[in-house]
Design a protein around this ligand. Structure first.
Ligand SMILES: Nc1nc2c(c(=O)[nH]1)N[C@H]1C(S)=C(S)[C@@H](COP(=O)(O)OP(=O)(O)OC[C@H]3O[C@@H](n4cnc5c(N)ncnc54)[C@H](O)[C@@H]3O)O[C@H]1N2
Ligand code: MOO
Ligand SMILES: [Mg+2]
Length: 408
């Protein structure tokens, strides 16, 4: 049995990020939210694009206003008004000022802005009661960013701030990696869809819904391969279709040691190389991972909590890596949190207990979900935002002590 750390590095090594030119598509900026940038973005513009004012006030020549105070004010003649968006028409001569507004272009000759609050206007003259330092409130062309320099690096997720940068640099068409395709199916003779009546012994297939939701949330394209009965022929047919169509496959069930657990055997028969058969994790021990030439197969345990926990811990980071995200974006995020409850484990496997992660007075807190912590009990999994991790041999964390928590 692999340790969690061993399984993690094997799984991450198995997936290679999208990087070939065929994996890049160009899309409208408006559709780019949540996608992964595929090539460097270099701006053809300086930021700011022009020398401009950071305040509403007056553009002046600093030499003209040097030494002005409330007691010894200096008066200049206003020769032009420059709102934002206008090009100044003349250059400032000695003892001249231009009325200017935030974001408006500096006239030639001006080197300083005096904010309106330090002035008094009378007709076409302005009196200045305070002398700011030279260059005050002037935003120089290119002082934030120079044309030709790198703006955004590939492998980053596009969120509001990146979309703003792309818009500002006039990148209306954005090169992104294509969406990763993930085939999802559930296995089990006992499973019915949520809209079917339950016969004795049957169970609703909740895993497919949970996994599809996780995939949609991370921007992956899920391919629905439905429910497959515990029949080797049916499983073989579905698995071979899935590995042909998808970059990754998620199935649940059939990976333990029971007589109807066929997944591993079929993966081998289809030429898959099994890299993970079981992991010392609770829940999720029978996680099975196989590699095909163009697809990675994740056989998740059937128990609903085991399926989600293994997905959060191992599969999402792997799929984020596959999607082209850089390491800092695909690695799982753990935080140190104060546990509000006593946490217990048998100590044999690395144990993940579900609950709520929150921040209280600047400190992370973990609140254990009430009710039974059993891999078949999905009911108290609702509203989970963190999984507290008890390492192997750690049987207890006292209430009030710190624990590592995986953010989900
Ligand atoms: N003798 C042993 N038995 C089991 C072991 C073991 O080491 N030795 N491991 C246990 C552990 S741990 C887990 S986890 C489960 C994993 O079982 P499988 O992956 O083979 O899954 P199934 O047997 O098909 O189902 C297990 C359980 O989950 C329910 N299930 C299955 N699919 C769904 C679904 N789509 N939605 C909701 N619930 C589902 C299923 O009805 C079973 O109750 O094996 C233990 N056994
Ligand atoms: O390790 Mo299995 O996932 O309970 O319950
Ligand atoms: Mg089984």
């Amino acid at each position: 049995m692999l340790t969690v750390d061993q399984a993690e590095s094997i799984i991450l090594d198995l997936v290679q990020p999208l990087q070939s030119p065929q994996d890049i598509e160009t899309i409208d900026l408006c559709a780019a939210l949540g996608r992964v940038l595929a090539t460097p973005v270099i701006s053809h513009l300086d930021f700011p694009h022009w020398d401009n004012s950071a305040m509403d006030g007056y553009a002046v020549r600093h030499a003209d206003i040097k030494g002005s105070t409330a007691n010894h004010p200096i008066t200049l003649k206003i020769v032009e008004e420059i709102p934002a968006g206008y090009q100044p028409q003349r250059s400032l001569q000695p003892r001249e000022a231009a009325r200017i507004f935030t974001g408006a272009c500096l006239p030639v000759g001006a080197d300083t802005i005096v904010m309106q609050e330090d002035t008094q206007r009378l007709g076409n003259h302005v009196t200045i009661f305070n002398c700011p330092p030279p260059q005050a409130f002037v935003r120089r062309q290119g002082c934030f960013h120079k044309a030709g320099d790198l703006l955004l690096t590939p492998g980053i997720p596009l969120d509001a701030a990146e979309i703003a940068v792309l818009a500002a640099s006039q990148s209306v068409q954005v090169p992104v990696y294509r969406r990763v395709k993930v085939a999802i199916f559930s296995t089990g003779d006992e499973l019915v869809t949520p809209d079917q009546p339950l016969e004795p012994g049957q169970l609703v297939d909740s895993n497919r819904y949970a996994l599809t939701a996780l995939m949609l949330k991370m921007g992956v394209e899920p391919l629905n391969f439905s429910i497959v009965r515990d029949r080797p022929q049916a499983l073989k047919q579905t698995i071979s279709q899935a590995i042909n169509q998808a970059d990754a496959v998620l199935s649940t069930g059939g990976v333990s040691v029971g007589d109807y657990d066929y997944i591993e055997q079929i993966l081998s028969e289809l030429g898959g190389k099994i890299h993970v058969q079981s992991v010392a994790i609770q829940p999720g021990k029978p996680l099975t991972v196989a590699k095909f030439p163009d697809c990675v197969y994740f056989g998740l345990p059937g128990n609903p909590v085991s399926a989600l926990v293994t997905c959060w811990r191992f599969i999402l980071p792997a799929l984020r890596k596959l999607s082209g995200l850089k390491s800092e974006y695909y690695q799982p995020v753990f935080v140190k949190a104060r546990s509000l409850n006593l946490l217990q484990s048998k100590g044999k496997r690395e144990t993940y207990l579900w609950g709520k992660l929150s921040v209280n007075q600047g400190e992370y807190e973990f609140q254990l979900a009430e009710g039974t912590h059993n891999s078949a009990n999905l009911v108290n999994l609702a509203q989970t935002t963190g999984l507290a991790v008890l390492p192997v041999n750690c049987t207890q964390v006292e209430a009030g002590d710190f624990v590592q928590v995986l953010q989900v």
